[in-house]
Design a protein around this ligand. Structure first.
Ligand SMILES: Nc1nc2c(ncn2[C@@H]2O[C@H](COP(=O)(O)OP(=O)(O)OP(=O)(O)O)[C@@H](O)[C@H]2O)c(=O)[nH]1
Ligand SMILES: [Mg+2]
Length: 522
């Protein structure tokens, strides 16, 4: 094993710190563990880490269809990469070393049998410019199962090589400081992205926009800690600088507000993009709800019939609307539950529709324009406003436009009693394009995903840490008047939680800010 480099020393430090924390936690619980045992734990953990880190890993990085691909890409990363290239190409590694990051056409052989496996493009990336931060090579081979499996088998026979675990190339990129945790998460979301919005959202993490966002917050926290610590150290024989402390409080309060807004609004938008925005089509029976979902999906998702009460359960499907993933459902027509109902199934259907309406992001409320006059239709919809109050947005669709007189259509269009009213006909498609426009605009707003908007990629993991950041700032603020040291402790905890998000923790950063911003002679 080569000498531990700085990264690994940092890791040992982390492991020891982890174990010290574990030790104090166990002590708090009344369990006595000697420092010696804790150190053994730490070393064991480090050994495992080092063993994993120093092996060379390989894997098929492109997918492989059952009938094969035109091209398949196998990646090898780690200290034995050059040996692997050398063995496979009968000593052409010097050529690779001279031509880094260049596609070189090579014949690949099994070094034990001298069998030609394939003619392939080989690209060598030295550690400084590779994805993983280690020597890495890509073998672009013909994508048949026979070629890929032979090559994987041959590479596995090289000393120190083993198949990679899931996500291990990216994990190494993180451990080698090439990316932080948010970027790693972004990469996994980018691979899973199915819509334009999901791709854009993930890219904000991959390109480091999100890291910058968290780093800005972290910098503010470091400044606050630096100011507080300077006052703990220097204030005993001097008066506290009230003005400066007020500035610190202002900074901390506005940071806490910003994080809380991020938690309540921004993360919600990100969840909608990642998991899909939820839409329910609601309205009274027979107004055309099922006709509308079928029209949106361009297939027969739900049964349509002139019989009132045809849909009796939630019928759900997935859609891509304007580049956003949407989960949309048709529901049973809602009626007053105290009025006479057809049977228990209808009652259950209505209950399910009501429950769903309370959890979705957007409701499309359908009205039969041919049935009632405007006042009655609006009055009827008002009766259901309580059910729909949790939705962030409601779009009113006046359906069956083909059965409405021109005069009535004009009256609906001029009616300003509700925002987001669309008049259309599921039968003739008239008004449908305008409806899609309004729907897309509203989804855009709910997902907050215009190209230049702030970074909003967020996961449950980020949220968990951000709640703790916010709580610690709150505690820091409540203690700063009583005890600066305790206050600083809470801000340090807040900073630590923020560092968990990006995967970076260091106390040196705090010292840097102190010495940069303060003259020691003061
Ligand atoms: N003329 C006309 N008829 C329509 C239009 N949209 C729907 N219909 C008809 O209205 C009737 C009811 O349509 P559905 O889509 O089943 O209505 P629904 O709201 O799902 O009804 P329930 O499931 O019973 O609550 C069917 O006969 C449709 O063909 C339209 O735009 N114009
Ligand atoms: Mg229906």
């Amino acid at each position: 094993m080569s000498e531990a480099n700085d990264e690994h020393r940092v890791h040992v430090h982390r492991v020891v710190t982890d174990n010290t924390t574990m030790l104090s936690k166990l002590n708090l619980c009344g369990v006595r563990v000697s420092k010696q045992i804790a150190r053994v734990f730490a070393l064991k953990k480090y050994e495992k880490f080092a063993r994993n880190c120093y092996s060379t890993i390989f894997a098929l990085s492109s997918g492989l269809q059952p009938r094969g691909n035109a091209i398949a890409i196998i990646r090898v990363s780690g200290p034995e990469t050059i040996d692997v290239i050398d063995g496979l190409t009968r000593g052409k590694s010097q050529k690779m070393l001279a031509k880094t990051r260049t596609a070189v056409l090579c014949s690949l052989y099994d070094p034990q049998t001298n069998d030609l496996i394939d003619k392939a493009i080989v690209i060598y990336f030295p550690s400084a410019s590779s994805y993983t931060g280690e020597d890495l090579c890509e073998l672009h081979v013909h994508g048949s199962h026979a070629v890929v499996s032979s090559l994987l088998e041959v590479i596995g026979k090289f000393n120190g090589c083993r198949p990679s675990e899931a996500g291990e190339f990216t994990k190494r990129a993180f451990l080698n400081g090439k990316i932080d945790l948010t970027e790693a998460e972004g990469i996994s979301h980018l691979i899973a992205a199915q819509t334009t919005a999901q791709r854009r959202n993930a890219l904000k993490a991959v390109t480091g926009v999100l890291t910058q966002h968290y780093d800005n917050w972290r910098r503010t926290l470091l400044e606050i800690i630096a100011y507080l610590e300077a006052n703990i150290d220097f204030s005993e024989d001097q008066l506290l600088d009230e003005e400066m402390l007020n500035g610190v409080v202002k900074k901390a309060t506005s940071l806490k507000d910003e994080i809380n807004t991020f938690l309540t609004e921004t993360t919600k938008k990100s969840e909608r993009i990642i998991h899909g925005l939820e839409i329910a089509i609601m309205g009274e029976p027979n107004v055309g709800k099922s006709s509308l979902i079928n029209k949106l999906c361009q297939r027969q998702v739900s049964i349509v019939s002139p019989i009132s009460g045809t849909t009796r359960d939630i019928v759900e499907t997935h859609l891509d609307v304007g580049g956003y993933a949407v989960r949309i459902c048709d529901t049973a027509g809602i009626k007053d539950l105290s009025a006479p109902l057809t049977d228990v199934i209808e009652e259950e259907g209505i209950k399910r529709a009501i429950t769903r309406a309370q959890s979705v992001d957007l409701i499309i409320y359908v009205i039969d324009g041919s049935k009632d006059d405007i006042e009655t239709a609006i009055e009827n919809s008002q009766k259901h406003s309580q059910i729909m109050k949790n939705a962030a947005c409601i779009i009113f669709v006046v359906n069956k436009m083909d059965l409405i007189s021109d005069k009535m259509v004009k009256m609906w269009k001029e009616n300003k009693s509700k925002q987001n009213i669309c008049i259309l006909s599921c039968k003739t498609s008239e008004g449908f394009e305008d409806f899609i426009d309004i729907l897309t605009k509203n989804i855009d707003t709910l997902c907050g995903q215009s190209l230049n908007e702030e970074a909003i990629f967020s996961t449950e993991r980020h949220k968990t840490h951000l709640y703790k950041v916010s709580e610690n700032i709150e505690s820091g603020l409540s203690h700063y008047k009583k005890d600066l040291a305790i206050s600083a402790h809470y801000f340090r905890e807040a900073c630590k939680e923020l560092s968990f998000i990006t995967g970076r923790i260091s106390t040196e950063d705090i010292l840097d800010v102190i010495f940069k911003d303060f003259c020691i002679g003061k």
